[in-house]
Write a protein that binds this ligand. Structure first.
Ligand code: URA
Length: 232
């Protein structure tokens, strides 16, 4: 009798159940690899695998304090993508980006350029809430940014609107102040997607006098989008 069979008999006689390793399904394999090596593995994920990967993510310390991850929401084939900073308390509770007071203003800003919230895809630089809404740490951004890159590759938006300094600087990999990033067309990621920068709605709630400038940015974004789609 082969050793393996003998062992099986002993274990059976002892009432010990044997665990047989089964073949690993592709999605599980993709997730396991993604957890082991951030950027490369996330690159190939489809929507369900990416969503699963984000919701299980423990790449930085924020998983210890989050209620849940905030993946992103909206039309997965949207022409417009909105990128904010990170979930706040309301978003952490509800699992959806921009649902608090800043979200109400964001919806109004989008509506002002004829974009219903449902027509865009909304995501953040970070998928987990930083405690006390502190700024994201560079290492947290480094771990999380591959998810956003993949979301952009899957949505393939014609244009990205970056709301606020943190979103703009991290998308563009720069520390140029927000005021200097406004009014130009920047580029993001492998697809060279055009990026327009404007103020964060939470900042505009605190500083309503800047709303006029944000309106200029939104009109600029609309114009760039129209020019791009005429060319396309
Ligand atoms: N602020 C952000 O930048 N993102 C959110 O999802 C909510 C508030």
């Amino acid at each position: 009798m082969a050793d393996e069979q003998r062992r099986a008999r002993y274990l059976e006689a002892l009432g010990i159940e044997q665990w047989v390793r089964r073949a690993t399904p592709v999605a599980e394999l993709a997730m396991a690899t993604a957890v082991a090596s951030p950027t490369a593995a996330v690159d190939g994920l489809d929507w369900p695998a990416l969503r699963a990967c984000v919701s299980d993510c423990q790449r930085c310390g924020l998983h210890k304090t989050r209620t849940q991850t905030v993946f992103g929401v909206g039309d997965s084939a949207a022409h417009w993508m909105v990128v904010g900073e990170a979930p706040g308390a309301d978003e952490d509770r509800q699992g959806e980006p921009f649902v608090g007071a800043a979200g109400q203003l964001l919806n109004a800003m989008l509506a002002a350029i004829d974009l219903p919230r449902e027509s865009v895809f909304i995501a953040n630089i970070l998928k987990c809430r930083p405690p006390d809404n502190r700024d994201p740490k560079p290492e947290e951004v480094a771990e999380c940014l591959p998810y956003l890159h993949r979301q952009v590759s899957l949505v393939r938006p014609r244009i990205i609107l970056a709301f606020g300094r943190v979103a703009a600087q991290n998308l563009l990999g720069t520390d140029t102040p927000l005021g200097k990033l406004r009014g130009s067309v920047h580029r993001f990621g492998a697809l060279n997607t055009p990026v327009i920068v404007t103020y964060h709605p939470a900042y505009l709630l605190r500083t309503p006098s800047e709303k006029r400038k944000a309106w200029e940015d939104l009109k600029f974004a609309r114009r760039i989008y129209s020019e791009l789609t005429v060319e396309a």
